[in-house]
Design a binder for this molecule. Sequence first.
Ligand code: AMP
Ligand code: MG
Length: 319
Amino acid sequence: MNVSSLQILPDAAQGYDQAATVLRDGGLVAFPTETVYGLGADACNDHAVARIYDAKGRPSFNPLIVHFANLDAVKQHVKWTAEADLLSQTFWPGPLTLVLPKKPTSPISRLVTAGLETLAVRMPAHPTARSLFTAFGGPIAAPSANRSGQISPTLASHVIQGMEGRIEAVLDGGPCAVGVESTIVGLTDKPVLLRPGGITEEQLRDCLGRPIAIRKNAEAISAPGQLSSHYAPTAAVRLNATEWNAGEMRLGFGDVACDLNLSPQEDLVEAASHLFDYLHRLDSKGHPVIAVSPIPHHGLGVAINDRLSRAAAPRDTGS
Ligand code: AMP
Ligand code: MG
């Protein structure tokens, strides 16, 4: 998607209001946190979230961290635990992300979690980020505001270099102080350090009163979406279907008759925005096979095909 001009918004009330308006309209706004610049979208808007993946040029859907202004808002979306209480009281607002079970009632886009049932949540300390969150009033999904494979931006000028023509605005809050990304702690079972970052292992241990387990598998840290435990439909998935067989649920793309259509107009951002939601919906009908139209292998189509081929791969039955 091509955006004609990138607005540089001031670190002042007027800038926060303009940025919040861009987010409400489904646009993308980069903003400073205490770690790096984040690339924000309305976390409840499927299309806006799809645009994040498009702007970053990622070949796969990595789940995104969702940013909040206050604790009450966080608790509306995740199942809170005693350890989450302890860690958040000590380190929030600050460079710590917690991964918790997502509440089934949360309206956050399925594309944010790339189909996972857990949600990564964070409450940054940076005053500019907090002012933006207050002006917007809802959860903001944001990975680092760099193109895939490039280094994380710590200045508005880095964001502009990488994202010109791809996003609507950047809130210029000066340099980021930490420069490394947030520490990620998983709290779906016993606490586990998923990614080292701004808060150290020692700080976590002191807070929890015991050592914290460390996720050793590097791939699991950088791309949990590629784990075998990741969401796959119960139904078998048949790819590149140009005709349909009796009894299949039909997930179409383009001008085809089907049960659900990812994008009748063949728009890949629209297709990505529906992907996880439509897979879930078709799977819930209980048919043995979901057949999917061919998806062009360029732009966001690469990430869509990556996800679909994982969904179609032979299953680890867990036995
Ligand atoms: P970035 O936003 O670029 O700092 O990257 C976000 C990091 O958070 C990635 O490494 C993701 O894999 C990780 N992440 C986001 N959501 C989850 C989740 N539900 N479970 C585990 N890791 C997550
Ligand atoms: Mg990053």
